[in-house]
Design a protein around this ligand. Structure first.
Ligand SMILES: [Fe+2]
Length: 266
């Protein structure tokens, strides 16, 4: 956060409707049709069930208002359109109020494979399906509430917990490991890599371990944490996350399992 973006936030009108061009709707259609096939047999059942409930349009960008209507009925959540980059204060406050901050712009065709910033495809396709699941929804709210109270230093640790669950979480199932993290589920390349590559480590999820694990946002992950059961997030929602951070800080950060970032030429 704090970096500039080439994308400009789309502002909803007085009825909460965000205007998109035909080309932007076509980008959604193409992203959706590719990714819906790739996640079959790879996303967890909870994710696929969530998508079924949401009935996202395939040929146009869904409006936050229509997604919010269904989410609100299920778990009390809603989608809040925001600029591409928001500060941590606002981010945590929104989550604490069961409002999922969603960047409202959609990527251009030059970035169909990968973009570093979240766009509305990542936010809605990647994240809202799991917010129909009660344990996941409760955990995300509890996470926001902890973030509101956390210090600047504690927020660095909290960001890791979000990263290794909401963004890049894997789930153990009777059929094998599946995806629930929205950062994976909205990325065709990482959907396949996270499950099928022999490169990354896949460790059993432990909140203290996740809090101690550094990450890079510009590469496929080198470590994933695999949750035993989705309902384990109920327990984490009830835990004192700030106490877990104190424990993780006392133990110290793990050594990175990725190469250092190359300095970009000026
Ligand atoms: Fe995200």
């Amino acid at each position: 956060m704090g970096k500039s973006s080439k994308y400009v936030a789309k502002v909803p009108d007085e009825n909460g409707i965000i205007p998109y061009s035909d080309e932007e709707h076509a980008v959604w259609r193409d992203l959706y049709s590719r990714q819906i096939d790739i996640i079959q047999g790879r996303a967890c059942q909870e994710f696929l069930d969530g998508l079924d409930m949401l009935k996202l349009p395939t040929d146009r960008i869904p409006q936050p208002t229509e997604v919010s209507r269904i989410l609100h009925e299920r778990t009390g959540w809603q989608v809040e359109p925001v600029p591409a980059l928001i500060n941590f204060d606002r981010f945590f406050r929104l989550l604490a109020e069961r409002k999922f901050p969603a960047a409202s712009f959609i990527r251009t065709r030059e970035e169909m494979e990968y973009l570093q910033e979240p766009d509305i495809f990542h936010e809605i396709f990647g994240h809202t399906a799991m917010l129909t699941h009660q344990a996941f929804a409760d955990f995300t709210e509890a996470y926001g509430k902890a973030g509101v109270k956390a210090s600047r230093e504690e927020r660095v640790f909290l960001a890791r917990l979000y990263w290794f669950t909401v963004e890049f979480g894997l789930l153990q199932t009777a059929d094998g490991i599946r995806i629930y993290g929205g950062g994976i589920a909205s990325s065709p390349g990482e959907t396949i890599y996270s499950l099928e590559s022999d490169q990354p480590l896949r460790r059993p999820f432990d909140p203290i371990d996740a809090l101690r694990t550094p990450y890079r946002i510009d590469i496929f992950q080198t470590v994933y944490y695999v949750l035993d059961r989705m309902d384990d997030l109920f327990e984490l929602a009830g835990a004192d996350l700030l106490a877990l951070i104190r424990e993780a800080r006392a133990l110290g950060q793990f050594e990175p399992t990725y190469p250092p970032k190359q300095k970009e030429a000026a």
